[in-house]
Design a binder for this molecule. Structure first.
Ligand code: NAP
Length: 338
């Protein structure tokens, strides 16, 4: 089979023939129709991720058709159109994952391949209203956005939500989920063009985080009190901008941090955090129950993920470079088989 393989750190992905996997007990083989990229794939290639092993087939997200079932798996799954939950072995505690926790695409081979071997418990039916390319974008970013907004953010109808970095994969799902759930949603982005696109998705407005006064401008635009406005803030950037999220948070708000794209958090004023009684929550991907709830919500609301660009599997390296450029609005997809 063909797969896009990271042979060694800092090397471009090479798409070449490799052995097709065989299903073990409890597993199935999925013929992937589409896969999608996450920033994790870029971090791994750059060596900025723990416990990297090479060679590895990258990719956490995929959708396709079950072609083989292993021992102990009912034939029910054969020929079914599925998406794969990449959050493996979370364990029994919904608050925190256990020692066995892994993410598909490292250490196990991932979805940038014609076939993948996966435990049948991580299969879900593809939402029928989505194409394979659209469905392939959901797993990692959708689950991360869901847990951040619904579980860690304790979303309630009527919440005012701020999502930073509107162009990102996780950010866009957080926006779509919050809008569909009836929130008043605002965004930041490094691009005015992306803010306009977010407004087309139902966002009320946004500001460009490259403007030094963005946090003040945001409160003015939202006609908000100086004491802060947003009940839930979803952030994947961290860095020096994080301190400003504390300024725009409403008293008692939840700030849910799922990434550190811009590095270490600096200049947080402790008094602002404690006087405002803020809740700062770390959050990641989530449980199997959260994955199912996220997919149910997408089906119920007939949400369509935002696709940025579709590349062929042969061009997986170009797709990674596109993600690294930060120009995308929405998910970057690899088309794998027809
Ligand atoms: N903890 C987890 O389980 C988990 C899961 C998924 C992702 N992550 C992490 O979350 C981050 C985003 O992942 P992704 O896959 O969504 O990446 P992505 O699609 O490549 O998006 C990158 C994001 O960074 C934003 N950004 C860049 N500079 C920024 C700044 N100064 N302030 C605010 N936002 C800024 C971009 O916003 P604009 O394009 O709008 O400017 C965009 O939202 C990555 O660091 C990733 O490793 C963690």
């Amino acid at each position: 089979m063909k797969a896009a393989i990271l042979e060694a750190l800092h090397q471009p992905l090479s798409t070449r023939d490799t052995d097709k996997p065989l299903p073990q007990k409890g597993e199935v083989i999925v013929q992937l129709k589409a896969a999608s990229l996450n920033h994790r794939d870029v971090w791994i290639q750059k060596g900025l991720y723990p416990n990297i092993k090479t060679p590895i087939i990258l990719g956490s997200d995929g959708a396709g058709v079950v072609t083989e079932v292993g021992e102990g798996v009912g034939e029910y799954w054969l020929d079914k159109e599925v998406i794969i939950n990449p959050s493996h072995g979370w364990g029994d505690n919904p608050a925190f994952y256990g020692n066995e926790y892994t993410i598909l695409g490292l250490p196990e081979n991932g979805t940038f391949a014609e076939y993948i071997r996966v435990d049948a418990r991580y299969l879900l039916h593809k939402p029928p209203h989505l194409s394979f390319a659209e469905a392939a974008t959901l797993p990692l970013a959708g689950l991360t956005a869901w847990r951040a907004l619904m579980t860690r953010g304790n979303f309630q109808p009527g919440c005012r939500v701020l999502v930073t970095g509107a162009g990102g994969g996780v950010a866009l799902f957080a926006i779509q989920f919050a809008v569909a759930a009836g929130a008043e949603v605002w965004v930041t982005s490094g691009s005015d063009h992306k803010i306009r696109k977010a407004i087309n998705l139902g966002v009320k407005g946004g500001v460009n985080y490259k403007e030094p006064t963005w946090y003040r401008d945001l409160l003015v635009k939202a006609h908000a009190p100086k004491s802060g406005y947003f009940n839930i803030i979803i952030d994947g950037a961290g860095g020096s901008g994080f301190a400003r999220l504390i300024d725009v948070a409403a008293p008692g708000a939840r700030i849910c941090l799922y990434g550190g794209t811009t590095g270490n958090i600096t200049d947080v004023v402790p008094a602002k955090v404690f006087f405002k009684q803020l809740n700062i929550h770390g959050t990641t991907m989530g449980t199997e129950a959260e994955f199912e709830a996220m997919i149910r919500f997408v089906e119920e609301k007939k949400l369509t993920p935002v696709l940025d660009q579709i590349f062929d599997l042969e061009d997986a390296e170009a797709a990674l470079r596109h993600m690294d450029s930060g120009e995308q609005f929405g998910k970057i997809v690899l088309k794998i088989t027809d």
